[in-house]
Design a protein around this ligand. Structure first.
Ligand code: GLN
Length: 202
């Protein structure tokens, strides 16, 4: 099994380490690689899109053609896990709570409307207990950093978690997305759940 971490910008190393740890805890034989190019992406069984700045991740992926390859792979069944900016990048529609519409490249896969910076700016970052019962994770420490939320969902989208009435984690078939950062905690349960999804698919 080969899982890629999109290494354009954001917390790539933390996701790399969390995915390595998850594979080893699950006893799954596989590799984790940092990917950027179309060639690297085309070899993957699963992809994690880390948090960071979605406008930058989108622009850079557009410039080298990676966006098209990622979309193609997800559409043909490759599981993907989008975290924070990754969740924004996966979406069909995104607006910034403060500045409104931003012209940014999106993968146009996850059938949701995103509100970027939904909880405020950097200084409004926070941590909170999250429950994701539909995937068997009853308690998770959510780290929210300039986090988005999901303001509308399409019919194929399952809500995994809410915080203060806002949707903060969703699943749509082979796509999982969270507004918070599991790679910044010691808890690997969410990364493990993604590794299992990849294992079932490949
Ligand atoms: N606010 C950022 C964005 O919309 C996401 C922040 C993050 O990934 N921690 O791209």
């Amino acid at each position: 099994m080969k899982i890629g971490i999109l290494a354009v910008q954001g917390d790539v190393t933390e996701n790399f380490l969390a995915t390595m740890a998850s594979m080893s805890e699950l006893g799954i034989d596989g590799s984790v690689i940092q990917v950027k190019t179309v060639e690297q992406i085309s070899t993957l069984d699963g992809l994690i899109i880390p948090g960071g700045e979605s406008t930058v991740i989108g622009q850079m992926s557009l410039v080298n053609g990676a966006i098209k390859k990622i979309k193609e792979k997800i559409e043909s069944g490759m599981p993907v896990f989008g975290i924070c900016a990754g969740m924004v990048f996966l979406s069909k529609n995104s607006q910034d709570r403060i500045v409104g519409n931003v012209d940014q490249p999106l993968l146009d896969i996850l059938d949701v409307k995103i509100e970027r910076n939904s909880f405020g700016r950097q200084k409004d970052s926070f941590e909170a207990k999250i429950s994701m019962e539909p995937i068997g994770i009853s308690s998770f420490h959510g780290v929210f950093i300039r986090a988005p939320s999901v303001s509308e969902t399409g019919s194929g989208v399952e809500v995994l978690a809410k915080f203060n009435e806002k949707i903060v984690a969703v699943k749509q078939g082979n796509v999982i997305a969270t507004a918070f950062h599991p790679e910044l905690t010691k808890d690997t349960s969410l990364h493990k759940s993604f590794v299992k999804l990849v294992d079932n698919q490949s």
